[in-house]
Design a protein around this ligand. Structure first.
Ligand code: HPA
Length: 274
């Protein structure tokens, strides 16, 4: 695994030699954020050694390198999910490659169902913390000690400085940003109303099928991590609506402009901390 990371990173460096500072993973329907990148270099996952391609509609499967306001970024447009049948170490491989390239901070984004009834579709939510209900963990198996410790601390999985930067950026842009606990389930089914009741009882504010594996792998690597959920629907059973991936993508597109402005501002500020 460690050697594979080096091979993938070397290939990317041969195309784009500059070290990225901030990594970004784009969630369902949020791929248009890449329009904010100046002079983008685009590398399809299929051309990067050992990268698996995503099978999910709304996820492009491309790595984009370039600048946002003079900050070097590496953006994963299209993520891999456990429900695609991939082993967890393949799901987190792209994030580990970004770390090998040298990113210091990682912004995870996703489309999520709102469990907290004060949320509405279209809300942007800073991920305060997460609950892992995937039934697995990307660090299961022999520890790769070159990457990090056997038992990583997760008490501050979402970096306080980065969370503050997201909130300050939203304030400056007059975006009403919320905060919440993200819970990941394996999927690919959406949840039942009974499951949503259970998730609310254990303290979840929003639910999705991603983010947690990457967050765990990035914490293992010692990266600073933060996350933003885009609430695309109220979770199952909160209203009468059925859930569809098309509606999730449509709602994500609706907040695209706000989301891109927020992320761009936050990235500029992240460049100013060490
Ligand atoms: N549940 C799980 N994943 C999701 C949802 C949801 O309601 N909305 C967007 N991704």
């Amino acid at each position: 695994m460690f050697e594979k990371l080096g091979t993938a990173a070397k290939h990317i460096q041969s195309i784009y030699p500059t070290t990225p500072k901030v990594g970004i993973v784009l969630g369902s329907g949020l791929g248009a954020f890449i329009d904010s990148i100046s002079d983008p270099t685009i590398i399809p996952y299929s051309e990067i050694p050992f990268f698996r391609n995503t099978t999910v509609e709304g996820h492009e499967g491309r790595l984009i390198l370039g600048k946002i306001d003079n900050v070097e970024v590496a953006v994963l447009q299209g993520r891999l999910h456990g429900y695609e049948g991939l082993p967890m170490d393949e799901v987190v491989f792209p994030v580990r490659v970004l770390a090998t390239l040298g990113i210091e901070s990682l912004i995870l984004t996703n489309a999520a169902g709102g469990i907290n009834t004060s949320f509405i579709p279209g809300d942007l939510v800073v991920i305060e913390d997460h609950i892992n209900m995937l039934g697995t963990n990307p660090l299961v198996g022999p520890n790769i000690s070159e990457l990090g410790p056997r038992f990583p601390d997760m008490t501050r999985a979402y970096n306080v400085d980065l969370k503050n930067i997201l909130r300050d950026s939203a304030d400056e842009l007059k975006i009403n940003i919320k905060s919440g606990i993200y819970c990941a389930l394996l999927g690919p089914t959406y949840e039942t109303p009974a499951e949503i009741k259970m998730l609310r009882a254990i303290g979840a504010d929003m639910v999705g099928m991603s983010t947690v594996p990457e967050s765990i792998a990035a914490n293992h690597l010692g990266l600073k991590v933060c996350g933003v959920s885009c609430i695309t629907n109220m979770a199952a059973g909160i209203n009468d609506e059925k859930l569809t991936h098309d509606d999730v993508k449509i709602q994500a597109l609706k907040v695209m402009e706000l989301f891109s402005t927020l992320l761009s501002k936050a990235i500029t500020k992240m460049n100013q901390i060490d």
